[in-house]
Design a protein around this ligand. Structure first.
Ligand code: FES
Length: 169
């Protein structure tokens, strides 16, 4: 857990809007099943905090849900969709799993790394893009593919990637 950092006061971490969103998810589950709300809660908090989850945010969530902090950490550290360190404004998740690999993901990765000037797990100097390698995203029929923020882009070519990145503000 050395990558985790404490940031912000609890008041800053839980705005009224965030509380409403959390409460909405918590209310979907029976009493005693609040643990089921952890994944959507982490999404809410990550979206509300520049795309990543500090240790302070996760501890505050544990307190809010009245669950042990470890039960938050173990979810946040298991799924690649949660970030434990600061990321760029836009996150590019490139699938390199078997279907994408067979359809040329290596060429896609090389093109992205060359164009952005970064490797996996890194962020461009202007803070615009973070590049990540991920496992199968369930879009094998469109291999090779990537997930840019919340949008899937499939049947990629270097030219298609250039057009996609050129369109990102
Ligand atoms: S292997 Fe890439 S989406 Fe399934």
């Amino acid at each position: 857990m050395t990558a985790l950092q404490l940031t912000g006061s609890k008041e800053q971490l839980f705005t009224e809007t965030v509380r409403q969103q959390l409460d909405s998810w918590i209310s979907k589950y029976p009493p005693g099943q609040v643990q089921s709300a952890v994944i959507p809660a982490l999404h809410i908090l990550q979206n509300a905090h520049d795309g990543w989850l500090s240790e302070g945010v996760m501890r505050a969530l544990a307190e809010y849900l009245d669950v042990p902090a470890i039960s938050i950490f173990e979810v946040a550290t298991f799924y690649s969709m949660f970030e434990l360190t600061p990321v760029g404004k836009h996150k590019i998740n490139v699938c390199t799993n078997i279907s994408c690999q067979l359809c040329g993901s290596q060429q896609i990765v090389e093109h992205l790394q060359k164009r952005l000037g970064i490797g996996f797990g890194e962020t461009t100097l202007d803070g615009k893009f973070t590049l990540k390698e991920v496992e199968c995203l369930g879009a094998c029929v469109g291999a090779p593919m990537l997930l840019l923020d919340r949008d899937y882009h499939e049947l990629l070519t270097p030219e298609k990637i250039d057009a996609i990145l050129d369109g990102v503000k």
